[in-house]
Design a protein around this ligand. Structure first.
Ligand SMILES: *[C@@H]1O[C@H](CO)[C@@H](O)[C@H](O)[C@H]1NC(C)=O
Ligand SMILES: *[C@@H]1O[C@H](CO)[C@@H](O)[C@H](O)[C@H]1NC(C)=O
Ligand SMILES: *[C@@H]1O[C@H](CO)[C@@H](O)[C@H](O)[C@H]1NC(C)=O
Ligand SMILES: *[C@@H]1O[C@H](CO)[C@@H](O)[C@H](O)[C@H]1NC(C)=O
Ligand SMILES: *[C@@H]1O[C@H](CO)[C@@H](O)[C@H](O)[C@H]1NC(C)=O
Ligand SMILES: *[C@@H]1O[C@H](CO)[C@@H](O)[C@H](O)[C@H]1NC(C)=O
Ligand SMILES: *[C@@H]1O[C@H](CO)[C@@H](O)[C@H](O)[C@H]1NC(C)=O
Ligand SMILES: *[C@@H]1O[C@H](CO)[C@@H](O)[C@H](O)[C@H]1NC(C)=O
Ligand SMILES: *[C@@H]1O[C@H](CO)[C@@H](O)[C@H](O)[C@H]1NC(C)=O
Ligand SMILES: *[C@@H]1O[C@H](CO)[C@@H](O)[C@H](O)[C@H]1NC(C)=O
Ligand SMILES: *[C@@H]1O[C@H](CO)[C@@H](O)[C@H](O)[C@H]1NC(C)=O
Length: 842
């Protein structure tokens, strides 16, 4: 018992569960810490516990203690000690320390940081700005950077918000790290510790607003949002975030007048409806005096909206804008995600991508000045690659914000490492050349400079959950961090950002920083390669969980994420001359580029053009051969991740090391599932073989359905391409263990053995693999526990997974056996076994 306790204690001391994210304030190595110049006292010029300046004082104290071991006092008045860290607003610093001369210009939540001389001065343009300056100073110290600096930093835009898609029942739409930190059983949770921890992370990267509930606010579970108990609960959430300068906003149900107010209509022109919203807004402000505003998803995917009442979208947005106006600076974030999801594919000219401009362009100039149009980065929906939404070039008299996703809805759901800033940069750095003038989305449009707007900015769906990792994958936190950094300054370099994040999150070891940086930078190109390349979109199951491969689901339904793939051709014809006309929504120079195949870059070819599989790319390859090659290359790239990560063992704590190692290994298997499914699907459809002879030709593979089976039966898998050879095996009953046996006819040698199985919901089947009757290893169908998210109860591309047994000695003629013991609804499914010579990716 005693030894167990000691062990547990040591374990705790070294383990890190991710809860502090990049704000760990780990102690610096002794030699680095020796160079620290730490002032003698912290002066935080506001003693109100709800002030971000007070928070800054506490955070500086905590951070400096962690980083250097020096415990400083915090005072709220000057002490006369020149060796102090003073943090305050311009006014408070001026009145405490006299005139502040020659300060660079500060705007918005900007700050000035001065570490020259014996002390440090952190001066915010707002109280929130002062807190941001304190975080910046701490970030320098945590990276062992004690240089003397003196500079101002101003945000690129005033709106830097996060969105959570949390439902009142505690579930999170497209959340992958456990249930909500805000809601449970229809109400706000009582313990808001996690909420303040989240606000701290948000503040540390300059995020100043948070929409706490799902945009799908009309879901039945979310209807009670506006009852008085919940409004009081929302007030408590706002209170918990206020010391961090994060303001609360709410998603509204357009139909609340009918659903909550007992009215017969939600018509925005109806006087009772107007009164309902005026009263509700006033009630909300009584509970949340600094309410940041509302987010509205209307007339989208069956949500009600103004069009339901024959009013315009602007009429709908302005209804809320007018309700907010008397109370201060609250904003209506009105989503541009309005489209018809019952489009018919038969009509060549139909195109969901056209929707945002079709619905909003003619309303430009009709929105109240506290309405902001929140526009997804691309015209469809967070795909692995999209051109920028042309709406950014069509709203010249409206406030706009870009909508990004930190939560990886279509991008691996935090089970795959995918560092997103390189994708975001394809949009932020894009020059739309509106009216022939430089119109870079991040630098010129979102800053408001190009069209003289003062209320533009950023929103990102983050969807943290109760898991201590926040997002499920420790490495996914770089996306959260980078989102804040880029909203503050869209010109920042994505490589520098991930290096800085890795340093803060995992320590100063150069090998650790470089390995994480390199893998992160390769991860999005690799993911694009093994999911959907050439602008065809993420070829996932668009009517299901948006996770594994299912290219057929793109077509033949009203959702409009079509590929128009047939036996000879593929791609959406979005030209003006012969297609949907989408390319014409861009300014002339951009439109002309996309109108022709010759001037369309390869990576968006299939987004804009319908071409034969044999169409030559600029690379010289055909479209179909590029598909095959890219899928092989992408899957191969990620095969190297586990080994590269393994080289960091001992350089970071075991807990995070092991958790990341598990996910990277899982990713290697799922990347192969993706690769094979997409390649097999298009090989089948096009009848064109891979000129490298790889697709459908798996020399090292033993199909489970071809093994000798006892208690197992062969089953067909749907979609067909998500099982090798179209078939898998499942146990014949859910009570008895099944056995699959094969004699191995490979030359004797050392092999890595990969076993592909399906991990479905509904049970935790047990598996054992044996060689000549000797147990080689065991595993369980328990990814629902180990990854923390559940994909499917069926055998398909979501549930398909792989385990490895590495470095196994295999004699020619050895007998391989797999025993699968079903559990409840999980019939121990198996697809195939790969016996791979070392270094070989099958
Ligand atoms: C300022 O603070 C430092 C560190 O606490 C201390 O060593 C020094 O004596 C103080 N100076 C004055 C003038 O109080
Ligand atoms: C101190 O902080 C509170 C809360 O943020 C604020 O209302 C007050 O104006 C601040 N006081 C000064 C002197 O800045
Ligand atoms: C230290 O931080 C400053 C301010 O962010 C930066 O300009 C400088 O490059 C950093 N120095 C090092 C060595 O990282
Ligand atoms: C909207 O207008 C159409 C055509 O003018 C009409 O048929 C319909 O009843 C109207 N709907 C409502 C809710 O007023
Ligand atoms: C920009 O807008 C402001 C008001 O929002 C106006 O006063 C100013 O004249 C405008 N500037 C230009 C160059 O249009
Ligand atoms: C976090 O998720 C992991 C699975 O990824 C799970 O093992 C762990 O129990 C979860 N922790 C919490 C606190 O939810
Ligand atoms: C033009 O559009 C038609 C459909 O209306 C399509 O069948 C044809 O392939 C397109 N032509 C070219 C050259 O893309
Ligand atoms: C993606 O695929 C292309 C084409 O095969 C290849 O040139 C590139 O190296 C691949 N990149 C990654 C990161 O896998
Ligand atoms: C594609 O699959 C279908 C059955 O789904 C089959 O009939 C056809 O022969 C396959 N074509 C090729 C080229 O493999
Ligand atoms: C299948 O792959 C092997 C190498 O693994 C190769 O020798 C053979 O030619 C391929 N078969 C076809 C039909 O491409
Ligand atoms: C086993 O399968 C039977 C028939 O499909 C089903 O009724 C039963 O619920 C299953 N048992 C468990 C424990 O899931």
């Amino acid at each position: 018992m005693l030894t167990l306790l000691v062990f547990a204690f040591l374990g705790l001391a070294f383990a890190e569960n991710g809860i502090d994210g990049w704000l760990r304030y780990a102690s610096l190595p002794r030699d680095v810490a020796a160079g620290a110049r730490i002032p003698g006292v912290i002066i935080a010029l506001n003693d109100s516990v709800v002030s971000p300046i007070f928070t800054a004082g506490r955070e500086l104290q905590k951070g400096i203690a962690g980083i250097t071991g020096v415990q400083l006092k915090v005072s709220s008045t000057t002490t006369g000690n020149t060796s102090s860290i003073t943090v305050g607003t311009l006014d408070s610093v001026a009145s405490a320390a006299g005139q502040v001369a020659n300060l660079p210009e500060l705007t918005g939540d900007g700050f000035y940081l001065d570490t020259t001389g014996s002390g440090a001065r952190i001066i915010g343009h707002t109280e929130r700005g002062a807190l941001y300056g304190a975080f910046e100073y701490l970030s320098m110290l945590a990276q062992g950077n004690f240089s003397e600096v003196s500079y101002a930093s101003n945000p690129s835009a005033p709106i830097r918000w996060a969105n959570q898609w949390d439902n009142l029942d505690g579930s999170i739409e497209r959340g992958y790290a456990g249930p909500s930190i805000f809601f449970k059983n229809g109400a706000v949770v009582s313990d808001l510790t996690r909420v303040s921890q989240y606000a701290r992370l948000l503040a540390s990267v300059g995020i100043n607003g948070l929409v706490v509930n799902n945009v799908n606010a009309a879901l039945a579970a979310n209807i009670p949002l506006l009852n008085s108990a919940n409004i009081a609960g929302l007030g408590r959430i706002a209170d918990a975030m206020r010391p961090w300068g994060v303001r609360l906003a709410l998603s509204l149900n357009f139909d609340a007048p009918r659903n909550n107010g007992g009215l017969a209509t939600s018509d925005p022109f109806d006087s009772a409806v107007i009164k309902f919203w005026d009263d509700k807004t006033a009630e909300l402000y009584r509970s949340i005096p600094d309410l940041a505003g509302f987010l509205v998803k209307a007339n989208s995917e069956d949500q009600p909206g103004p069009l339901t009442y024959n009013r315009t979208l602007a009429d709908g947005a302005n209804l809320f804008a007018k309700a907010l106006k008397p109370h201060g600076d609250g904003l209506v974030m009105f989503r541009a995600f309005v489209y018809d999801h019952h489009l018919t594919e038969d009509n060549w000219k139909n195109d969901r991508a056209n929707a945002a401009v079709d619905f909003f362009k003619h309303l430009d100039g009709q929105f109240d000045d506290n309405v902001v149009i929140q526009i997804k980065y691309g015209p469809i929906d967070f795909q692995v690659r999209e051109p920028p939404s042309p709406l950014f070039a069509n709203l010249l008299q409206s406030n706009v914000a870009i909508e990004l996703q930190v939560t990886q809805e279509y991008l691996g759901q935090q089970n795959h490492l995918v560092y997103l800033p390189p994708l975001w940069k394809t949009i932020l750095d894009y020059d739309l050349k509106v009216e022939g003038q430089s119109s870079v989305i991040g630098r010129d449009i979102l800053t408001g400079h190009r069209f003289n707007r003062s209320t533009n900015g950023y929103a990102s769906v983050i969807n943290v959950g109760t898991n201590t990792t926040w997002l499920g994958h420790h490495l996914a936190m770089s996306n959260f961090y980078a989102y804040g950094r880029l909203a503050w300054d869209p010109l920042r370099d994505e490589t520098q950002i991930v290096e800085e994040w890795a340093h803060l999150t995992f320590g100063s070891d150069r090998k650790v920083i470089d390995t994480i940086t390199d893998m992160s930078l390769e991860s999005w190109p690799a993911y694009e390669n093994y999911t959907g390349n050439l602008g065809i979109q993420t070829l996932t199951d668009i009517t299901g969980p948006h996770y594994g491969p299912n290219p057929a689901s793109q077509d033949g339904n009203g959702w409009g994420q079509w590929t128009r793939a047939d036996a000879t051709t593929i791609g959406m014809d979005r030209t003006v001359w012969n297609g949907t006309g989408f390319s014409g929504q861009y300014p002339p120079e951009i439109a002309a580029k996309y109108e022709k195949i010759e001037t369309t870059p390869d990576d968006l070819l299939l987004w804009f053009h319908h071409v034969p599989y044999t169409q030559r790319l600029k690379s010289g390859k055909t479209v179909i051969q590029h598909f095959y090659d890219a899928h092989y290359a992408g899957a191969e790239t990620v095969q190297s991740f586990p080994e590269r990560w393994a080289s960091l063992k001992g350089l970071i704590d075991d807990e995070r090391f092991n958790e990341v190692a598990f996910r990277l290994e899982y990713q290697t298997g799922h990347a192969i599932v993706w690769r094979d499914a997409i390649n097999e699907f298009y090989r089948n459809m096009s009848s064109i073989p891979d000129d490298q002879g790889r697709v459908g030709n798996h020399t090292w593979r033993i199909e489970a359905e071809k093994m000798t089976l006892s208690g197992y039966q062969a089953v067909s898998v749907t979609p067909f391409e998500t099982a090798s050879g179209r078939k898998a095996i499942t146990t014949s009953s859910n009570q008895t263990t099944g056995t699959a046996t094969a004699t191995l006819d490979f030359p004797s040698g050392v092999y890595n053995i990969g076993v592909n199985y399906y991990d479905v919901m509904g049970g935790r089947a047990k598996y054992e693999i044996l060689l000549n009757g000797q147990t080689l290893g065991k595993w369980e169908g328990n990814l629902e526990d180990k990854l923390g998210n559940t994909f499917s109860s069926q055998l398909n591309g979501h549930s398909a997974a792989r385990v490895y047994f590495k470095g196994v000695n295999v004699e020619k003629g050895a007998v391989l056996t797999i025993r699968g013991t079903p559990d409840g609804g999980e019939p121990a499914p198996l697809d195939y076994v790969s016996i791979l010579p070392i270094g070989r990716v099958d």
